[in-house]
Design a protein around this ligand. Structure first.
Ligand SMILES: Cc1cc2nc3c(=O)[nH]c(=O)nc-3n(C[C@H](O)[C@H](O)[C@H](O)COP(=O)(O)O)c2cc1C
Length: 198
């Protein structure tokens, strides 16, 4: 890298937003509720397109790939997104179901990071998603190819930047409980810490 490019990059401000005060102990017990609270706050703070996320996948050789897309639904099943199954992401997900999502909401110095396994939604749900697209967007795809997927989270991290650079990290990890060999309702463990100066 040249000095000029390094200097140019250094001249561009980062983390310029206004970080809201947070109480990590007051976070809800599950990450979906926490996410929906932060999403609502992002919309209220006029963060542009806060439902656009970077989706990372892995190809058959273990090489990562990533692209932005729109999140279509969020509930106790996880985070839903849609595309064509014949796309690169579609074939990567067929080969390797592991994926990650990263949101970045600059106005509030907030990021959310999610990882887990991706499962395909029921056909009816994919078709319902397709029918919600603009007519032109519907016409451009083969309905049999259009697919809704759910990213089922194992780990969700809420990152809140702080002006003193001791940033907050609130991390939810899923407890896998098994009873008599069967997976029961899973619960979440939450822990919070502040980073060293970074
Ligand atoms: C703001 C934004 C939203 C997007 N939303 C979607 C989407 O919901 N679904 C989709 O398939 N591609 C969406 N794209 C295009 C993807 O970024 C990507 O180019 C495309 O899906 C092909 O990715 P792939 O080759 O990895 O499969 C969006 C792009 C941008 C910039």
């Amino acid at each position: 890298m040249t000095d000029a490019v390094r200097g140019f990059l250094k001249s561009i401000p980062a983390m310029t937003g206004v970080a809201p005060d947070i109480d990590p102990e007051a976070f809800p017990d599950d990450p979906v509720t926490a996410f929906l609270q932060w999403l609502r706050a992002a919309v209220d703070a006029e963060v542009p397109e806060p439902h656009v996320v970077n989706l990372s996948t892995v190809d058959v050789d273990g090489v990562p790939d990533a692209r932005p897309l729109v999140v279509k639904d969020v509930d106790e099943r996880g985070w839903a997104f849609s595309s064509t199954k014949s796309s690169r992401k579609g074939s990567q997900l067929t080969d390797r179901s592991a994926a990650a999502m990263t949101f970045w909401w600059p106005a509030q110095v907030r990021a959310v990071r999610i990882r887990g396994e991706v499962v395909e939604a029921a056909r009816a749900e994919s078709l319902q998603d397709l029918s919600s697209r603009a007519p032109q967007a519907q016409a451009s795809v083969d309905s049999a190819d259009w697919t809704l997927w759910w990213l089922q989270p194992d780990r969700v991290e809420f990152w809140q930047g702080s002006p003193d650079r001791h940033h907050h990290r609130i991390i939810y990890t899923r407890d896998q409980q098994t009873e008599h060999g069967q997976q029961s309702q899973s619960a979440w463990t939450r822990h919070a810490h502040r980073t060293e100066v970074s």
